[in-house]
Design a protein around this ligand. Structure first.
Ligand SMILES: [Zn+2]
Length: 308
């Protein structure tokens, strides 16, 4: 009986669930797994529809160019937070033709370039962030009341390489180390993020102006019910899979990966390795201990098990 109710009211129930619950309910049967994916694909199209008139074309171009969304928008999407929506959208695109293709599409969508800037350093990104350029676009839209006008802003973040996700590993907080595309959802710190905890990257130390910006960012998330910690020790809990000293991988058990492709079972995402407490994991000796007295690891330089 309960299962029948879930099947009948599946989408309505999912409207009240965050991503982990959506996945848990979807995994109860093969049929619901496909409906869960369909629900998430539709939600993704709806999200794009807040920014562009032709979300299907944008989805197609994102797949073609290997572009992903990241930032506040994605945090709102995976938490299914209906009480707040992000003011702007961050689109990560590979350099060269993919960036040109996405920018041309957005110009056709009436977006105009406001500024174009090199990547900011300090408060938001750590060294080795892999960003070549940030193209800031905006357009004026009619507000919900049909009278007043509002603005839609999109930052097109052009990455140095063909892997548009690389800057995300250098973000200042684990809360925004997530991305979505028409084919996948990836959350790098689900155990913290879905408990509304963000751990700040220790390398994000900039000028006083950038520190002020960082504080404003922190306040924005605190007001949305998230807590932001400078170190794991502040949280008074074991680090688990979110230990900042771990050499992590997009394929380990600590990463939440959801394939949105129809009919396909869980895939592995492209492999990227990183560690929160070091800029470049190639020099693994530079990984520093996490400093949490409740850290379960005697040796701090280890890797998590890879997902099956
Ligand atoms: Zn630890």
């Amino acid at each position: 009986m309960a299962k029948r109710v879930v099947i009948l009211l599946f989408e309505e129930i999912l409207d009240y669930c965050a991503l982990p619950e959506i996945l848990a309910l979807s995994l109860t049967s093969k049929y619901l797994r496909e409906r869960g994916k369909e629900y998430l694909r539709k939600a993704f199209t709806n999200l794009l529809g807040c920014w562009v008139d032709d979300p299907s074309e944008m989805s197609k171009l994102m797949i073609q160019t290997g572009s992903v969304l990241s930032g506040s928008n994605v945090l709102s999407f995976i938490s299914r937070a209906s009480h707040w929506t992000a003011q702007d959208m961050d689109l990560y695109v590979p350099t060269g033709q993919p960036a040109t293709t996405m920018l041309s599409f957005l110009m056709r969508e009436q977006y105009k370039r406001t500024t174009s800037a090199p990547p900011p350093n300090g408060a938001y990104l750590t060294i080795g962030h892999n960003i070549r350029h940030i193209h800031k676009l905006s357009k004026t839209v009619l507000g919900e009341d049909g009278v007043t006008s509002g603005t839609r802003s999109i930052d097109v973040v052009e990455c140095f390489s063909q892997r548009s996700v690389l800057p995300i590993f250098c973000f200042h907080s684990t809360l925004v180390m997530n991305w979505i595309s028409p084919t996948e959802i990836v959350v790098l710190y689900p155990s913290l993020t879905f408990n509304k905890i963000g751990l700040n990257h220790h390398l994000c130390k900039g000028t006083s102006a950038s520190m002020l910006k960082k504080r404003l960012w922190k306040n924005k998330y605190t007001s949305r019910g998230y807590c932001s910690a400078e170190s794991m020790a502040e949280l008074e809990r074991p680090c688990g899979t979110a230990c900042p000293s771990l050499i992590r991988s997009t394929r380990d058990i600590g990463t939440l990966y959801v394939s949105l492709e129809e009919g396909k079972a869980a895939h592995s995402p492209p492999k990227v390795e990183w560690a929160l407490l070091v800029g470049d994991i190639k020099g693994a000796a530079a990984v520093v201990p996490c400093g949490n007295p409740r850290c379960p690891r005697a040796a701090n330089f280890c890797k998590l098990e890879t997902r099956q």
